[in-house]
Design a protein around this ligand. Structure first.
Ligand code: ME8
Length: 522
């Protein structure tokens, strides 16, 4: 078991009514980069992702395709959701489906406990339900419809009419937890991040919490309520529990205690479920709340939140087919301030690919390795006396490593990358100024040439270690050319301590090849 702290990070589990788009891939990549960073820092890391398969939304989609919801979910998971993880190179430790037996049993166990402890009661409920959100809506959540829905009240998120439902349901006494939740936000200010999401959550809870309807009776695609099989568990109550059923809630205490509590990474659209309902459920069960709930921003396409239903969805593979998974990961983590909304455009990714990856990092790697190959037959030179320019490179390596590590602890993923990129720029500037090609022409500058290339190579190796959580494939290729041992065993928080192989191997091709057709139609 790694010696470091436990770091359990979970993504939302995604609905299988449709195939993934780059918004889903964005959450996956952010969680994966954080997980790889922590793993490479020696933390006892666990990355969980999965799929949300119950509820009316999936049932209706399956029915409209003339298949059972289970068959529909199986098809989407096998053909689309698991392949997404390969497309963008996710190193998840587990994949949970809400139709897994381990999950369904766990949900029943949890609900039974809350029932036994007096947190569940039966009542009548009438309200407006949005199947897209799988949520009852308050009048304030509705807006006037347009086009085909002119004259109707529609969900502000899905722009579709809500349905008036009246049922006899089971309720969770969520209102009992209002003050405890407010105390939690107060005493642990970083429980909900970033600040704007936190403020929204605090405001919401301050307006008063109602009890939550947690069962449905009019359809049967869900986990059965253990004491009343006429009801299925409300899909959000069911889905949130994946974070604990996946790590052995109620059946494997050792695994549960080792992992829980988690860091929850979600889109800000579902921060309320994770920062209000979920901790209230955990409090009722006597379990610790998550370490943090981070609600990231939305990917926008042409200024609008990207979504399949609005036909702005882009499949991740459309981008990885052109630029590769590493560039996909780099681009979204670098170009968007993590926590804020960000616009995607083909022009922007093409420009960054060319300037930052191909010319900035890729070219640096090729040049350093080519010069050591040419001037020293590939044998790594030994540095002589260091000048202030050499020491400045060394200082940058240590400084950006510490800055990136601290930024990752604050979920400031884009800041970590821009710190690391200072080293790319410093190294490129250093080589331009030191002109090793000119030194190579003078016999009396042999020692200086050795020092310059040894310094540049040290910096390049540090970069390789620091960038490995972001771009696992390109850095692995580069490491095979310069490093010793496994790249992922190099502690990322001590990246400058890496050991080089005695000789470098020429790179067969550039790390980031020229893109012939950079702008396919979006
Ligand atoms: O809400 N920009 O699933 P879902 C950024 N099953 N991220 C986006 C995005 C966009 N335009 N669109 C989607 C559900 N996402 C529930 C979750 S968890 C117990 C249950 C990402 O398939 C983002 O992470 O609708 C968002 O929160 C999630 O996909 C919603 O996925």
């Amino acid at each position: 078991m790694p010696a470091g702290d436990s770091f359990f990070i979970a993504t939302p589990i995604f609905y299988v009514n449709d195939v993934p788009h780059i918004g889903h891939a964005y959450t996956e990549v952010a969680a994966d980069v954080l997980a790889r960073w922590h793993r490479q820092r020696g933390d006892d890391t666990w990355l969980l992702t999965g799929t949300d398969e119950h509820g009316q939304k999936i049932l209706r989609t399956a029915t409209s395709h003339d298949v059972t919801p289970q068959a529909w979910a199986d098809k989407l998971v096998t053909e689309s959701w698991k392949p997404l993880l390969e497309t963008v190179d996710i190193s998840n430790d587990d994949f949970i489906r809400t139709t897994d037996e381990r999950h369904e049993k766990g949900v029943q166990r949890f609900l039974q406990k809350l029932h036994d402890d007096g947190y569940i009661y039966q009542g009548e409920f009438e309200g407006f339900y949005c199947v897209g959100c799988e949520e009852y809506k308050q009048p304030g959540d509705l807006v006037d419809g347009t086009g085909a829905f002119e004259g109707e009240q529609v969900c502000a998120i899905h722009s579709k009419p809500v349905e008036l439902l009246k049922e006899s349901n089971y309720f969770f006494r969520m209102s009992d937890f209002e003050q405890r939740l407010l105390d939690l936000y107060e005493s642990q200010p970083d429980f909900v991040q970033p600040e704007n999401v936190r403020n929204e959550i605090v405001q919401f809870v301050k307006q008063g919490l109602r009890d939550l309807s947690i069962s449905r009776q009019t359809f049967d695609w869900g986990v059965k309520v253990p004491w009343d099989e006429e009801h299925v568990v409300y899909v959000w109550f069911d889905a949130l529990l994946n974070y604990v059923t996946a790590i052995g809630y109620g059946v494997d205490d050792e695994q549960f205690d080792r992992r829980w509590p988690a860091v929850q990474l979600v889109g800000k659209d579902i921060a309320r479920f994770h920062a209000v309902i979920w901790p209230a459920m955990l409090m009722a069960a006597g379990l610790p709340v998550p370490k943090a709930v981070f609600g990231h921003g939305w990917l926008l396409v042409g200024g609008e939140k990207m979504s399949k239903s609005k036909l702005t969805g882009i499949a991740p593979q459309q981008i990885t087919d052109v630029f590769g998974a590493d560039a996909f990961r780099y681009y979204f983590m670098r170009a968007i301030t993590f926590g804020q909304d960000g616009n995607f455009s083909w022009e922007d990714i093409s420009a960054r690919y060319q300037a930052e990856l191909a010319n900035g990092f890729g070219n640096l790697a090729s040049r350093v390795i080519a010069m050591i190959t040419r001037y020293f037959d590939g044998t790594v030179p030994v540095a002589g006396e260091l000048t202030s320019a050499d020491l400045a490179v060394r200082e940058t390596e240590l400084r950006v490593t510490a800055a990136a590590d601290a930024a990752m602890d604050r979920f400031a993923i884009n800041e970590a990358l821009s710190s690391i990129w200072e080293l790319v720029d410093v190294l490129n500037g250093y080589i331009t100024e030191q002109e090793p090609w000119a030194l190579a022409k003078k016999d009396d500058q042999r020692e200086r040439l050795a020092t310059v290339l040894a310094t540049a190579l040290r910096g390049l190796g540090t970069l390789t270690v620091l960038l490995s959580p972001f771009m696992p494939t390109a850095t692995r290729t580069l490491w095979e050319a310069i490093g010793q041992g496994e790249l992922t065993s190099q502690p990322v928080d001590r990246a400058a301590e890496w050991s080089s192989a005695p000789t470098v191997q020429p790179l067969a091709a550039g790390l980031f090849p020229r893109i012939e057709q950079p702008e396919p139609a979006a």
